[in-house]
Design a protein around this ligand. Structure first.
Ligand SMILES: Cc1ncc(C[n+]2csc(CCOP(=O)(O)OP(=O)(O)O)c2C)c(N)n1
Length: 583
């Protein structure tokens, strides 16, 4: 027997099997937080060359794993202890689930003999996460463990990707087995369809040929499947305008002449008009979310719909579909390109381009404050788009979507489906670790950034040079905007300034001393750099200075308290009913 076989015959503990499997999968980075129920795993991690990042909150760990996965295309791995460690992962797992991000979350669990006994730090982790994971496992038999890890990574990364959780009781981590290798994967009922049905694809090509006003509507699936290049070829071959969802941004170049920008609630007027006039929508890797469709019964009233998606459950779920095609976006586009005839669409493009000219995205530069849209434009100009931008949730996120022209896939990290405040900063940390050569920004609101601000300690101790740009309006801005427009300016519970028990006071306080916290001092308290700016003339200098500093920097931009995101389709209205577009 040769030496390798001898080692294979050896018995390993559950914790050893896990580490061996992670190394075998070339996992280089893990984010997490320790505790008694995972101490055996940490004890072994200590001796490996896997880079472990100790975040300051488990939510930070799971978002960082998510940001790492979005930026790199590889699965993100995070680890937490049982009970409160596991529950702190929940928001991040749900965030990844909604946006189809491959994550493997590892949690410790009390020993099998105590499960169900309300043991110390026991929660039913698989029960809690069942609805927000693509799949989850409670390891009950150490002999099955190696196979479970293999399956978990397979499920997380294939088909429509998503988070998978493995809950590992302490006795499984400590027990020993000689079954340390996984076998071939055969999961009954899980066989993702990758290649689209050729008959349907040919039918789609016929529809495209006949269409007079086609629009391509692309989602995050384009980025997941690596189909961006093919999408450009496809759009150019049939000369069809392209609009994307929030998660699809970067899947088609933001500077391309066929690009219409994002559609939906805060989409461009021209993208929404194009959809409403269209006679054929070619949806690729998008799921017709309500933020996109507006009032569903009035969505695209004249259009036939071709829907290409890897997840059969998504096809036809929200809208009626004329040609469903289940398959991987890249493979389907490849086949479609073979059969579709070139097309000019001159008349239609004339109409669309006229809308583009008549209703551009526009904003006003006000004196004595920083314009948030201008900040976004400056970051794009200075980095020439060679950067990764994470966002938080709210107005900050929508200004990024509108004004940063994403040219490349995997350069925007944002919580689309769940809309998780606090996502951006830890995700930016994960992205900077995945792509250290690129500048990474988290564009934030003053509300959202406070949800995971503790990760500044992670960034400072590991010298992760993420630049946080706070668009500081002293409000939970997006909610305040809804209150202004639809609730008669009753700013209930959205003012973040000091002395604001009476909401009306919020309007009167002077900037910036009444803001709490002082983000510059806060940066300094963590050992980072803080810069505050009050005027547009200071924006470029601050961004350049932040980029020159190696470590993490906060730029606190004082913006107009009542700046709004326009245009806007009110919730539940039709895409035609856009308000605030400055014609
Ligand atoms: C965890 C979480 N809690 C609450 C919300 C609801 N919500 C959406 S946007 C928003 C306001 C965000 O304010 P801020 O971070 O200051 O950003 P701004 O809109 O001002 O740019 C809130 C409270 C959410 N999306 N996520």
């Amino acid at each position: 027997m040769n030496k390798e076989k001898m080692i294979d015959k050896k018995k390993l503990s559950g914790a050893e099997i896990l580490i061996k499997a992670l190394k075998g999968k070339d996992i280089k980075v893990i984010f997490g937080y320790p505790g008694g129920a995972v101490i055996d795993i940490f004890n072994l991690l200590y001796d490996t060359d896997i880079d472990f990042y100790l975040t300051r909150h488990e939510q930070g760990a799971v978002h960082a794993a998510d940001g790492y996965a979005r930026a790199s295309g590889k699965p993100g791995v995070c680890i937490a202890t049982s009970g409160p460690g596991a529950t702190n992962l929940v928001t991040g797992i749900a965030t990844a689930y909604m946006d189809s991000i491959p994550i493997v979350a590892i949690t410790g669990q009390v020993p099998t003999s105590l499960i169900g006994n309300d043991a110390f730090q026991e929660v039913d982790t698989t029960g809690i996460t069942r609805a927000i994971t693509k799949h989850n496992y409670l390891v009950k038999d150490i002999d099955e463990f190696a196979q479970i890890i293999e399956e978990a990574f397979y499920i997380a990364t294939t088909g429509r990707p998503g988070p998978v959780l493995i809950d590992i009781p302490k006795d499984i981590q400590q027990g020993k087995t000689s079954k340390i290798e996984s076998g071939p994967i055969n999961i009954p009922g899980y066989k993702p369809t990758l290649v689209g049905n050729m008959k349907q694809i040919k039918k789609a090509a016929e529809f495209i040929e006949k269409a007079k006003k086609p629009v391509i509507y692309a989602g995050g699936g384009i980025i997941t499947s690596g189909a961006s290049e093919l999408l450009i070829k496809f759009a150019e071959k049939i000369n069809t305008p392209v609009t994307t969802t929030l998660l699809g941004l970067g899947g088609f170049p933001g500077t391309h002449e066929l690009f219409l920008g994002m559609l939906g609630m805060h989409g461009t007027q021209y993208a929404n008009y194009a959809i409403m006039e269209s006679d054929l929508i070619i949806a690729i890797g998008a799921r017709f979310d309500d933020r996109v469709t507006g009032k569903i019964s009035e969505f695209a009233p004249h259009a036939k719909i071709i829907h290409i998606d890897i997840d059969p459950a998504s096809v036809g779920k929200n809208v009626r579909v004329d040609i469903p095609i289940v398959g991987d976006a890249k493979l389907v586009l490849k086949d479609l390109l073979k059969v579709v005839k070139p097309k000019k669409n001159e008349d239609w493009l004339k109409v669309v381009n006229a809308w583009k000219e008549k209703y551009p995205l526009r904003y006003e530069k006000k004196p004595n404050v920083v314009s948030p849209q201008y900040v976004v434009e400056c970051i794009r100009d200075i980095t020439k788009g060679n950067a990764i931008i994470a966002t938080e949730v709210g107005q900050n996120q929508m200004w990024v979507a509108q004004y940063y022209k994403f040219d490349k896939p995997r350069t925007l990290l944002t919580s689309g489906g769940l809309g998780t405040m606090g996502y951006g900063f830890p995700a930016a940390i994960g992205a900077k670790i995945a792509r250290p050569e690129l500048p990474v920004f988290d564009i934030a609101g003053d509300g959202s950034i406070q949800m995971n601000i503790q990760e500044l300690a992670t960034a400072v101790t590991k010298n992760i040079g993420v630049k946080i740009v706070i668009l500081n309006n002293g409000y939970l801005g997006m909610v305040r905007q809804w209150q202004e427009l639809f609730y008669n300016k009753r700013y209930a519970a959205t003012c973040l300034k000091t002395g604001a028990l009476n909401p009306n006071k919020c309007k009167k306080v002077e900037m910036p001393l009444e803001y709490s916290p002082d983000f510059v001092k806060l940066a300094e308290a963590y050992g980072a750099t803080g810069i505050r700016i009050y005027k547009n003339e200071e924006v470029k200098g601050a961004i350049k200075k932040a980029l020159e500093i190696e470590g993490p920097v906060i730029i606190d931009c004082i913006i107009d308290s009542e700046e709004n995101v326009f245009p806007m389709v009110p919730a539940g209205a039709s895409l035609r009913q856009m308000i605030g577009g400055m014609a």
